[in-house]
Design a protein around this ligand. Structure first.
Ligand SMILES: O=C(O)C1=C[C@@H](OP(=O)(O)O)[C@@H](O)[C@H](O)C1
Ligand SMILES: C=C(OP(=O)(O)O)C(=O)O
Length: 447
């Protein structure tokens, strides 16, 4: 599979965010596949006992990095003919069992949380050394609980003692299983990482969360992991909000279709919300574990009307956005989009339960505070979130910090605030390379 898209995309000049000059944004936007589902299916397919097909996968920097990482470990991933509008389906030839690595494998994690957390346990199932590193910004994202969990399973991990990349996994080809306790208050991905690879451990894995920093954030993402495993025939259970159990089994090859990315639908839905327009997203799943499904409950809190008919989720924006008080602990990845909506609301807002966003692509709480305040906003950081009060915004450069969701937050603001440009809009390629085109098509289609 091609490795194009692996280099860190950068734009030379800030992108002038299109403004609607007061007109409503209305239209329909089909969004590409879910990052979280694509990268889970790819990992599980690499661990399966036979070849798999992943249909309608996301093609983006994060999925390219996952493909390259699994290929570095010995999987073979090839595009199928007749690509759809967002790229080809993929065939995955799994890792050979107890696969001996050919020299040291070098895995580039880029800035992808799913790659840096999900792939080291896969490497532990190979025989040899796999080195993991990523972008400069990736070297400050927390990795300690993955390392700690692997070490409890007897896996030899060499790191620099800071609980971050770079690190190396020295696999022996097998991992025992047993009971492991980690502190997953910093990211649900620590839990998902160990549960996914547990399908190939020697005995069942019981994974417990114990931490002083509170519960596990983004729990729907852990449910997603369990559901992906169960759909493949694995005995994968949630014992409690803090304990999960996966029994190993020979997973047959998968034939799965990826749902659209509901988190990436957010900025398009927000375009309707902030301009009083109407935007529909087709192929919205009737039932899903994606945290982005929470748009159905979040957008009405701002005063928007929402409906889900015949698989299309539609939002109609209000004349004025109300302020909100929201606990986003279950869907923290929606926070930058929600914060942009709050900054354009007529009343004060409070976002809670998202302290762990300090370990996302960037420290998102600091980045949102700093960028919104630089445009005249009134944003204060709290221990676990943001307080955003109404204030007139002005134009300026909105910096994206290599964070796709910061970049799209800037685009949302630009619809209402003339003169906003977004630095490095190309960083949206992390999960949605088509963003600038889809955004321009939607905004220009408003009349
Ligand atoms: O497992 C996943 O696919 C993800 C889990 C969440 O991570 P956190 O628990 O670190 O928020 C989410 O924010 C991220 O975008 C994707
Ligand atoms: C937190 C995110 O990504 P990652 O998978 O890199 O953690 C995100 O997409 O909002």
């Amino acid at each position: 599979m091609t490795r194009s898209g692996l280099s860190h995309p950068r734009d030379p000049a800030p992108w002038p965010a299109p403004s609607t000059h007061g007109s409503p944004v209305s239209g329909t936007v089909a969004v590409p596949g879910s990052k979280s589902l694509t990268n889970r299916y790819l990992v599980l397919a690499a661990l399966a006992a036979g070849p798999s097909v992943v249909r309608k996968p996301l093609h983006s920097r994060d999925s390219s990095l996952m493909i390259a990482a699994l290929e570095d470990l010995g999987a073979v991933i090839t595009p199928l003919p007749d690509p759809g509008p967002f790229g080809p389906d993929l065939r995955v030839q799994p890792l050979p069992l107890r696969h001996p690595l050919d020299g040291a494998a070098r895995v580039d994690c880029g800035l992808a949380g799913t790659v840096m957390r999900f792939v080291p346990p896969v490497a532990a199932l190979c025989s040899g050394t796999a080195e993991f590193d990523g972008d400069a910004a990736a070297r400050v994202r927390p990795m300690g609980p993955v390392v700690h969990g692997l070490r409890q399973l007897g896996v030899h991990v060499v790191d620099e003692g800071r609980g971050t990349l770079p690190l190396s996994v020295v696999g022996t080809g097998s991992v025992t299983g047993g009971t492991v306790t980690i502190d997953a208050s910093g990211s649900s991905q620590f839990v998902s990482a160990l549960l996914l690879s547990a399908v190939r451990f020697e005995s069942p894995l019981t994974l417990r969360h114990e931490g002083t920093g509170g519960g596990v954030p983004s729990l729907p993402h852990v449910d997603m992991t369990l559901e992906v495993l169960r759909a493949a025939g694995v005995d994968a259970r949630r014992v409690s909000e803090r304990e999960w159990r996966v029994s190993p089994c020979a997973v047959p090859g998968l034939d799965v279709t990826v749902e659209p990315d509901l988190s990436n639908a957010g900025p398009f839905l927000a375009a309707a919300a902030v301009t009083g327009g109407t935007v529909g997203i087709p192929d919205w799943p009737a039932r899903t574990t994606q945290g982005g499904d929470q748009w159905r409950h979040i957008l009405p809190r701002f005063g928007a009307d929402v409906s889900l008919h015949n698989g299309t989720f539609t939002v109609a924006g209000p004349r004025e956005l109300r302020g909100v008080d929201l606990d986003l602990s279950e869907a923290g990845e929606l926070a930058p989009t929600v914060a942009a909506l709050c900054a354009l609301a007529t009343g004060p807002s409070r976002l809670r339960g998202i302290a762990h966003l300090r370990g996302h692509e960037t420290d998102r709480l600091a980045a949102l505070r700093s960028e919104l305040n630089a445009l005249g906003g009134d944003v204060r950081e709290t221990a676990d979130g943001l307080v955003i009060s109404p204030a007139p915004l002005r134009g300026g450069v909105f910096h994206s910090y290599h964070d796709h969701r910061m970049a799209t937050a800037g685009a949302i603001l630009g619809l209402r605030v003339p003169g906003i440009s977004v630095e490095n809009i190309a960083t949206t390629a992390k999960t949605l390379p088509e963003f600038p085109r889809l955004w321009a098509e939607l905004v220009n289609a408003r009349d």
